[in-house]
Design a protein around this ligand. Structure first.
Ligand code: NAD
Length: 502
């Protein structure tokens, strides 16, 4: 019987013993294909019970002094540093990404926790003395109450950490609904919060699927929702959550382009394309999946990339491989079917990952790195988000054609330009309709003190994750105008006119 992966409620695994959950889903080790656990899928009533706890705990937490809240954040950071390898191992065991990459994910999440340690400064309001006779005005930011975080499979630690430390530092209680494909990391994060001294009920986990998501989206006591996942679900979450009066930020899918101009350092561009195309088996929302080569770059760049790909080892992430398996067999088959469709539509398969010989068990969900050349914008391998280790090369005659291609794409998460021409790079950063731009940097994920988010179909809502936008998302502003009577101030008297501070 495989292990049950439960919820986290009132500071402990819930249910603590292991009665059969009414609904559950199998969790796999993608490198072996074996079922490694069964995750509970919450009912609406279970979500209600967790939210009720969070409401009560959140009220007290919001009244807890900022200094005390901050000390828990610092402690969380310390415990996470100490337990980072354990967290990374849990990620690799259920997601499949190689251990180094999993550690990198934890590190990027940790940076948001470090950012959130600055909450006392970040939550400071403004104060204007004497805006009128004896009148002062000041602004404060207050917690929202209970907020929900709904996360995707591809970053089981980093994506929750984009939101949770910031929300908690701001005085909110959080209910996390992780992906049912790799749910165990969420419980480790919960243990780490508990070890850091966070009061029970401030951080909670409900495992589950659409049932749990819908319960959170329609729950009266959930005040805000931070979602990350595919575009159709992001749109649904945004529309449903806002229709129920919630503040929602819903980060969606992506199709990221790397534009290479003829004057670029092609050796560096080839390194970047391989790293950004095949890291985490392409299961990153910032992965490069479309390489836009401005003529005559492709003739030289494609062989350089193929040469590098020949040295990549696909295999079990615990064995020092370069690239792990895909997350599920279904996803692997879907990604492979895009390669089939691309080849049938006339793309040339320069490197074919479909017959890869992995360094791993036979039953793993393997697909090797794949390079397609002469891809056209009408092919499904280009139009759809594939989310796998497939890099498509599109050839264009000029910078203008490259820009037009990138801007015509419905997604706008990340993009990069490779060039030695500062003027062209500056033009690109100004003209491209994408939220995160790299100049000779293939995966321009902003640091925690900036905000992460795309444009167009890559984000619904108007707040990006973490940075100052995160602080604003998880707080409500209030402005106080005050007058304290003093002996030297005349009483204002009756005045039915609109208040004017003169
Ligand atoms: P997904 O949309 O399938 O699932 C995301 C979350 O939504 C999960 O918790 C899942 O349980 C839930 N969910 C799934 N279907 C649902 C439905 N019909 N109704 C309600 N909830 C539902 O995404 P995924 O496959 O887990 O993750 C990969 C996707 O996430 C990719 O599209 C990727 O680009 C995107 N992503 C985007 C970013 C970003 O920052 N923009 C970051 C990471 C991942």
């Amino acid at each position: 019987m495989s292990t049950l992966i439960p919820h986290w409620r009132a500071g402990a695994r819930w249910p603590g013993a292991t009665p059969e959950p009414e609904r559950y889903a199998d969790v796999h080790d993608p490198a072996t294909g074996q079922v490694s656990g069964r995750v509970a899928l919450a009912s609406g009533a279970e979500v209600d019970a967790v939210v009720a706890d969070a409401v009560a705990a959140g009220r007290e937490w919001a009244e807890t002094s900022l200094s005390r809240r901050t000390s828990v954040l610092f402690a969380f950071r310390e415990v996470l540093v100490r337990r980072r390898e354990e967290v990374a191992a849990a990620i690799t065991a259920e997601h499949g990404k190689v251990l180094d990459d999993a550690l990198g994910e934890v590190q990027r999440g940790l940076e948001v926790a470090e950012f959130a340690c600055g909450a006392p400064h970040l939550l400071k309001g403004g104060f204007s003395e004497g805006v009128s006779s004896g009148v002062d005005v000041y602004s404060i930011r207050q917690a929202l109450g209970v907020v929900a975080v709904i996360s995707p499979f591809n970053f089981p630690a980093m994506v929750p950490l984009w939101f949770v430390p910031v929300a908690i530092a701001c005085g909110n209680a959080v209910v996390l609904k992780p992906s049912e494909k790799d749910p165990s990391t969420s419980l480790l994060l919960a243990e780490i919060w508990a070890e850091a001294g966070l009061p029970d009920g401030v951080f909670n986990v409900v495992q589950g699927d659409k049932v749990a998501v819908d319960s959170l989206l329609t729950h009266r006591d959930v005040k805000a929702v931070s979602f990350v996942g595919s575009t159709p679900v992001a749109r649904y979450v945004y529309e449903t959550g806002t229709a129920h009066g919630k503040r929602v930020q819903a980060l969606g899918g992506a199709k990221n382009h790397m534009v290479v101009l003829p004057d670029a350092d092609l050796e560096a561009a080839a390194d970047a394309a391989v790293s950004a195309g095949f890291g985490s088996a392409g299961e990153r929302c910032m992965a490069i999946s479309a390489l836009v080569c401005v003529d005559p770059v492709a003739d030289r760049l494609v062989p350089l990339i193929a040469e590098r790909m020949a040295g990549l080892v696909t295999g079990d992430g615990r064995r020092g491989s370069d690239m792990g398996p895909l997350v599920t067999a279904t996803h692997r088959d879907k990604v492979a079917s895009y390669v089939d469709a691309g080849a049938e539509a006339g793309a040339s398969v320069v490197v074919d990952g479909r017959g890869v010989q992995p360094d791993g068990a036979e039953g793993g969900f393997w697909l090797g790195p794949t390079l397609l050349d002469h891809v056209e914008t009408s092919m499904s391998v280009y139009t759809d988000e594939i989310f796998g280790p497939v890099l498509s090369v599109l050839r264009v005659p000029s910078y203008d054609a490259a820009l037009e291609l990138v801007n015509a794409n419905p997604y706008g998460n990340g993009t990069a330009i490779f060039t030695h021409d500062g003027g062209a790079a500056r033009r690109f950063q100004h003209e491209v309709e994408v939220g995160m731009v790299g100049v000779n940097v293939p995966i321009p994920v902003p640091m925690a003190y900036y905000s992460f988010g795309g444009w167009k179909s890559s984000l619904f809502g108007d707040s990006h994750a973490h940075g100052t936008e995160g602080i604003h998302f998880f707080t409500r502003g209030k402005v106080v105008t005050s007058r304290w009577p003093t002996p030297d101030l005349p009483r204002p008297g009756i005045d039915l006119g609109f208040p004017q501070h003169r």
